[in-house]
Design a protein around this ligand. Structure first.
Ligand code: NAP
Length: 317
């Protein structure tokens, strides 16, 4: 008979690895399934400086995540590189299909994270972390007194643009239409923000630079006219923050667990609507998506798996 794990964790980002640390320490047999490399979004983050207790001088995302991984391993978590293709979550024993391989578990923690929608223009990938950013809370500091552009017109773009105004000399919000999608209350605050300007009917079509982002081409969506924007010579760089939607990695299970905007709904114990199925990190509907909140979610989900197993399986073995 194949092994039945106490806990199967989908995703080895900060939420999944923190969950594994807690389930491992609770002596629960734990399998973490990750399709790529550990770390999720922080694996591609150049510098992290706001995770409490990290190297105070700042460190790269991969360096931080390496310690997450080692810590989870230390407490006995198994890890496989595999892609989940189908989930059976309703039964007493949950099944995670990865192609022909089926993993079985008493509980499942969904920690598959989310990813930012990209503009898709030339230079975007090359200058990510060198001017292009998808996280104001993470990177606003690096643009203290510089010029910043924000792409998008929804709640996130407008709120993040206002946040960036506290750091940047000037923020220009570039939106593809001539009115914002953001709710009126957020718009009102934005229009009253002194160093926030708007570039309407515009899309970014090219990002360039010498090592760092210093040139951007913007196209007028009405006339097709193109305009090249260059960084101030003294600055040598500007920021381009992209907030054109955030896409949760919930494709596999959004029709099985209760979601809102495709983000998984949980209670404060990370419980989903399905008994024995928990969610942690950016995949959840929540207000702050940071490493610290992902790790905290993972810890809670891990402990709740222990409670669930004690309540539901303790008489079996
Ligand atoms: P969103 O509401 O989907 O807005 C995405 C924005 O990006 C839209 O303005 C859209 O333009 C633009 N956009 C999309 N694709 C684009 C592209 N390829 N190039 C240029 N622009 C593009 O996303 P969000 O702002 O991240 O919000 C997601 C959900 O979270 C929403 O339901 C929102 O209400 C909610 N949310 C709520 C709060 C809050 O209540 N405080 C805060 C944040 C998020 P168009 O307008 O032309 O489509």
């Amino acid at each position: 008979m194949s092994k039945i794990y106490d806990v199967i964790i989908l995703g080895a980002g900060p939420a999944g690895l923190a969950a594994g640390l807690y389930t491992g320490r609770s002596r629960l047999s734990t399998l973490i399934i990750e399709k790529g490399s550990d770390g999720g979004q922080i694996a591609i983050t150049d510098e992290i400086e706001n995770y409490p207790g990290q190297m105070p001088e700042g460190e790269s995302g991969p360096a931080l995540v390496e310690r997450f991984t080692k810590q989870a391993e230390r407490f006995g978590c198994e890890r496989v590189t595999d892609t989940a293709t189908k989930l059976e979550l309703e039964g007493r024993i949950k099944k995670v299909h990865c192609g022909d391989t089926v993993y079985e578990g008493r509980t499942v923690i969904l920690a598959t994270g989310a990813h930012s929608r990209k503009i898709g223009c030339p230079g975007e990938d090359e200058f990510t972390g060198k001017g292009v950013s998808y996280c104001a809370t993470c990177d606003a500091n690096f643009f203290e007194n510089l010029e910043v552009f924000v792409v998008g017109g929804g709640d996130t773009a407008v709120e993040e643009a206002m946040y960036l105004c506290k750091f940047a000399r000037k923020v220009t919000l570039i939106h593809r239409r001539d009115e914002l999608r953001a709710v009126k209350s957020i718009q009102e605050r934005a229009f009253n923000t002194e160093n926030l300007e708007f570039m309407w009917n515009s899309v970014v079509v090219d990002l360039e630079g010498e090592g760092v982002l210093d040139t951007m081409t913007v196209e007028d969506t009405k006339t097709g006219e193109r305009r090249v924007i260059k960084a101030d010579e003294d600055d040598g760089i500007f920021g381009c923050f992209v907030f054109i939607g955030y896409l949760p990695n919930s494709e596999l299970f959004k029709d099985q667990v209760e979601c809102e905007w495709d983000y998984v709904l949980t209670d404060e114990d990370m419980k989903t609507n399905i008994p024995g199925v928990f969610a942690a990190g950016d995949i959840r509907k929540k207000s702050l998506r940071q490493v610290v909140t992902a790790a905290a979610d993972g810890a809670i989900a891990g402990i709740q798996c222990d409670h669930y197993i004690q309540e539901n399986f303790s008489h079996e073995e």
